[in-house]
Design a binder for this molecule. Sequence first.
Ligand code: GLU
Length: 488
Amino acid sequence: MIKLAMTDNKIVRTRIAPSPTGEYHIGHLRTCLYDYALARKNGGQFVIRIEDTDRKRYVEGAESRILQVIKDYGLDWDEGPDIGGPYAPYTQTERLDTYNKYIKELLDKGLAYYCFCTEERLTQMRETQKALKQIPRYDQHCLHLSKEEIQKNLDNKVPYTIRMVIPKNQTIVFEDMIRGKIKFNTNEIDDQVLVKSNGIPTYHFAVVVDDHLMNITHIFRGEEWITSTPKQILLYQYLGWEVPYFAHLTVLLNPDGKGKLSKRHGATSARSFLEDGYLPEAMLNFLMLLGWNPGNNQEIFTLDQFVESFSLDHLHKKSPVFDRKKLDYFNGYYLRQKTNEELFVLFKKFLSNATDEQINILVPVLKERIVKLSDLPIQTKFLFENVEYDKSLLLEYKDQILDSKLVIEMLEKTKSIFSDFTNLQEKLSNLIKENNWNTGEYFMVFRVAICGSKFTPPVVDCLPALGKDKTLQKLDIAISKLNNKLLN
Ligand code: GLU
């Protein structure tokens, strides 16, 4: 069990707080997994809250896509915008009255203030600060307005934001569950806007109010939020609330170890990996070990085993590399754990052109060979179309060029034994023996004739899925190419 410095007998409550600004990033899915594990391990609750206060970046439909992808990875939650719960609503724009109550409290206590500065003034101020090589930050112009001035502006409906007062030269310390003590001097912190001119709170304010009211005990989030934490801690203090535990997770690095995981090395949304044929359990297993270790050599974890083993002591301080080869390894492992019946369902999703009969033939042939399910349409392309290839491919074997007469003979004789389309492997072996052909040469020719490529799945095993007519047709095309009846 984990230590709880807050109030010892509190129920562990974790949350993710996605912003519906686009697709759910794979890094967010890792955060979600750790939140899930901590709550489940301690018999607590895992909550989803939608942080939609940034209306400029709001993307229609993103919320339902985020919830769906988390579900598709096999994680569930106890409270959220879709299922409600004791602290509903779980969408921030539906909670504006709640924020108003607390902003009023801060204003009354003199811990927040109205700011009537125009965009132009703020821009001008920042430019001047930049020119003087100062860090751009609000100059507290409105902090010193008199009560009368404020009232006059409010009466005249001058647009305003509300900012928090940041005290001068104080040290704010918090204990990060991963990184230990983190200290900030308040001189480094800007007077953060808490409520925007449209009356909607900013993330910093809403997150504190909600995490408190929803009794969140542990907050996992990315390390990019570390610098936001002191402002949030001040807000907890201003409102007289207990500070939850924070764990700022490391960023995921690109496979080359350089920089934050980016699209430069392939798609990064949680959805894209499913579309690419990665199994949810393989991705979860991969993510489990990207920031945590069990303290021993165990690598394979079901979700339940992970929940059982998860502990805050083994979270990493060093950013992990998002090693796609390792992910492929996990995917291969989990694919091979599946029964043929389970694979049938998965193959069907990725091979929309194939008949059930074809899939039944392909499952045992391909299950050991694929890394991810999206390899299937590539590896089986020849079943559904005549793949274009150059005739020279039929003649190249290692570093020699075969005699085209021999190759034509091979193909013609193959055709003749296929009039009865059974015991194919045996028939081909006999044919090779009878003619004293080189087995390697023969199969290279045969593979290219059938698949249009030298790199193919076990071609003879796939023939029943191709069928007699198409097999003969492909052999004919190859022969025509060599007879120069076709251009290539
Ligand atoms: N809404 C923030 C995000 O999209 C949440 C940050 C937090 O967990 O505090 O990442």
